[in-house]
Design a protein around this ligand. Sequence first.
Ligand code: NAG
Ligand code: NAG
Ligand code: NAG
Ligand code: NAG
Ligand code: NAG
Ligand code: NAG
Ligand code: NAG
Ligand code: NAG
Ligand code: NAG
Ligand code: NAG
Ligand code: NAG
Ligand code: NAG
Length: 855
Amino acid sequence: MMLFVQSLAVLCFAAPGIARTLPKPLVARQDPSATTGAPAAQSTICGDIVDDVNTEGANLFWASDAYACLTSVPFNPAVATRFLKYWNETIQFQTTLAYLKNPPEGYQQPAIDVLAGLQEIQQHINEGYYTNQYAFEADFQLLIFAMHDAHIALTAGALSAFSFASPYEISSVSVDGKQDPKVYITDDIIDSQDEGWEPSPIRTINGEDVVEYLTKYAALNSFGNVEPHADWNALMTHPAMDIQGGLTAFSGSGTFYPGENLTFTFENGTNLETIWLAIYNEEANFTGPLTTGGDFFNYFVLGLLPESFDPTTLQPPQFSDIPVQTNWSVDSFGAYPEDPDVAQFDLSVAGGGIVTGYIIEDISTGVLSLPSFAAVSETIGNFSSTVNDFIGNASAANVSRVIIDLQQNTGGATILAFSTFKSFFPDLVPFAGSRRRSFPMANTIGDSTTGFWDLLNEDDEDERLFKEEIAATEWVITNRLNAANGNNFTNWEEYQGPINDNGDSFTLTERYDLANPTWQSAAFDEWVNDGYLGDQSRFSKGDRAWSPDQIVILTDGLCSSACSLFVEMMTREGVRTVVAGGRPSTGPMQAASGNRGARLYSADQIDDDILFARSIDEFVDESANGTLPDVRDEGIFIKFAGFNLRDQIREGEKIPLQFKYEAADCRIYYTLANLYNMTRLWRDVSAAAFDDPSLCVEGSTGYSTTNNTNPKPPPKLEDQKSLVLTTPVTEQIEFDDDPDGGLQNAVGANRGGKDIVACTNGACTDGISVCRTVPVKCSNGKTINAQACLPPCSNSGPGSGCKGTCNVLQKQESKVSSSRGGARQPFSGQLYSGLCFPNVGTRNLGCPANPKTGR
Ligand SMILES: *[C@@H]1O[C@H](CO)[C@@H](O)[C@H](O)[C@H]1NC(C)=O
Ligand SMILES: *[C@@H]1O[C@H](CO)[C@@H](O)[C@H](O)[C@H]1NC(C)=O
Ligand SMILES: *[C@@H]1O[C@H](CO)[C@@H](O)[C@H](O)[C@H]1NC(C)=O
Ligand SMILES: *[C@@H]1O[C@H](CO)[C@@H](O)[C@H](O)[C@H]1NC(C)=O
Ligand SMILES: *[C@@H]1O[C@H](CO)[C@@H](O)[C@H](O)[C@H]1NC(C)=O
Ligand SMILES: *[C@@H]1O[C@H](CO)[C@@H](O)[C@H](O)[C@H]1NC(C)=O
Ligand SMILES: *[C@@H]1O[C@H](CO)[C@@H](O)[C@H](O)[C@H]1NC(C)=O
Ligand SMILES: *[C@@H]1O[C@H](CO)[C@@H](O)[C@H](O)[C@H]1NC(C)=O
Ligand SMILES: *[C@@H]1O[C@H](CO)[C@@H](O)[C@H](O)[C@H]1NC(C)=O
Ligand SMILES: *[C@@H]1O[C@H](CO)[C@@H](O)[C@H](O)[C@H]1NC(C)=O
Ligand SMILES: *[C@@H]1O[C@H](CO)[C@@H](O)[C@H](O)[C@H]1NC(C)=O
Ligand SMILES: *[C@@H]1O[C@H](CO)[C@@H](O)[C@H](O)[C@H]1NC(C)=O
């Protein structure tokens, strides 16, 4: 999923985290005999956890306690069935269903029949197979994880309450760049570098060979990658992640219960015994005193607050000022240089700045560091101008080689993929073709919306403005280009085909009309009004600073979404790629193994699109009301449900990029010396890419399609088993309809992941949200500035406690459950907190209404 970083100069970044200690088990309070005197009210493991959150502000627990809580949450088959129906309907929009079932040669993950998988889960529900909510949700998440597509995500239900974490971070590095990488505790790599000692690699984890253990762990917990090399890297700590405040799948964002104990045995024979942790993802006092598994069900699964919830206990978050920062050195434990040649304004984990640039004179190499494309409308201009400053400075310094460092770049704003491409190649128009599934529900929405848009009268001022505002919605097609002939599509019918491919139906291939300013400004906000991308672009007159063979892209395989679009556009022009890391085995590795689709879309956007199509039914007579559902019931409370609306399709091809084997031109290993020394890494990349191909990992070259008409065939798929949970769930929990003696319906409440509402007279009335003016993307694609009540949230895992995007604002103090003192080892991961921003705005935040219907 995309990680958004919001620039809010008034908010800020607190002092570095304090030392953390591990919690004690919560056993004492569960055992009635431990309480003296009169029989105390019966407490449960879930109740004890939430009590420690609310009274102590604790957010770290024993994983086994969280698991005991999760498996005490009852299961309700009717609720699960309603959810499955909603998701089944939504997933029809997912482009890859047929290809996942029958992938082409070269696809590196196991095939999966998603619809059959859903059917099987439904059958399990019907047969009473699920004994508690965790068993059901974990089974469902397995299906999502098996799709290996970072655009398909579900943050919902009881599982969103916790993420699992090793207290220690790990990294995989080679001692000399030639020998197979070994796995180390990350702190050992950093500390030994400073202190000059040899760290010892991990030999086993819980008695199992480290590579085998982590291979299984990665196959289960790494999210959304098309090959196991990228799944491996997703477990490993990296400085480009440190500067963004993220957590790895191993030490922070695990989804499935990993077990209780965690023992590392090093090659030198020493053991390190610790336990798996669970990070609780909701803020203190947010949920009221949830006391039972039933309360957990009501809050996390249904989105209801307990009646005893007291909003006056909430405390608005306090954020101090952000210190001005100019480099990434401190945030990356010394890995990034202290003196970048260019740096984006407001650079910091919490700030809006992302881009830095470096010139390494003695090897005539410029490095542009783009660890993310996640920017919002205010920071997009600064991102783009920093890229241009880098190009200006590096070309003035006459560097003959450029490295564009995309390590850990999991995407963000599509505009930045286009504008960055244009900054390097002002003279070129990228192909960037895409298509979607062609099926009745999508075609009804498209037919209606496009038909309505075409009807809007440009002579009427209100209608003209509305027409411009909704020009870039996904369902208007007559201002997008038919890739086959370069003309606008005449209507939705022309676009919908269907083209039959691999047993499914698809639309024709579409392209953005980058020369159409109205479309551009609707799609990419007002800041591009000076014609950034089209023929009138200020770049189009400029010359290229470098030819493609002078530029190399560096990734770690995790490049996803907008990042993979950028890599595709650049490599089609002959820019080469170097990929770093991967599993400890020689051979090629792909450069962009996250999602390679063209458009992330969410289930609630589809809900809005359906409502919109119904609202215009009287104007277009497309019988939308007859074919589209009215209000869709999500069944369970969903914070985010995403899918891939459009595939990327290469010119003249049919196979979606997602399923093509796209090896990097060269693969290198991280080394003890370069993992936490970016200058060293960039020198290693420059040498392997431009001086000496023998520095590439053995057998890793010759597989790339970059400028290469005849690459070697892709490697054979390793024998892979389908995903299974490590811990079977057997205990049967009875579902109690009314476990807490009454719950209040929190729909509309500004917390618990509910819709974000507008401020009232510049203030928020719920006691905890903070009123801020924020850019809000309306469902028609337009961005407005709205005064919104933003609730606090945490980025500690997939839950984040937010329906929308949790924007990191400060390092969070990690507090362990008081009832578990006796620290064994510190938690070395970083927790952050921030404010929850709306992903998509609605009328309640001031998005424009349709002038015809007034809604
Ligand atoms: C939760 O509310 C209670 C009652 O007002 C307060 O004592 C406690 O400090 C709050 N917890 C946190 C972590 O702020
Ligand atoms: C999903 O929808 C398809 C038709 O759209 C239907 O055939 C199938 O039974 C549904 N599956 C589930 C599990 O509801
Ligand atoms: C063995 O290696 C580990 C990991 O580098 C280190 O923490 C430990 O101190 C070493 N033990 C000995 C006895 O050298
Ligand atoms: C974890 O380790 C503790 C202490 O060694 C032991 O008592 C416990 O049984 C272990 N737990 C599991 C699930 O093996
Ligand atoms: C780099 O940033 C740190 C704070 O993050 C600052 O203390 C240091 O002075 C900066 N270095 C330079 C050369 O500006
Ligand atoms: C963009 O950068 C300029 C300084 O170069 C700064 O004044 C401006 O506030 C920045 N805008 C944002 C939203 O970061
Ligand atoms: C070099 O970068 C600075 C910002 O660091 C910018 O002000 C300047 O215009 C750039 N020089 C060129 C030639 O682009
Ligand atoms: C770059 O090359 C130009 C033309 O050869 C030369 O005039 C200029 O001095 C060089 N600049 C640097 C910083 O070396
Ligand atoms: C497509 O239609 C738009 C108007 O919606 C027009 O501005 C644009 O020039 C057309 N593009 C092409 C390639 O005909
Ligand atoms: C691509 O191939 C052409 C023709 O063989 C060659 O001139 C060019 O240098 C190659 N570019 C790269 C980036 O290898
Ligand atoms: C279609 O359904 C919507 C509700 O979703 C309703 O507001 C609208 O009036 C209906 N239109 C027609 C033509 O019946
Ligand atoms: C990082 O690597 C560079 C280049 O090899 C070297 O000059 C520098 O001393 C290294 N930095 C640290 C902190 O080891």
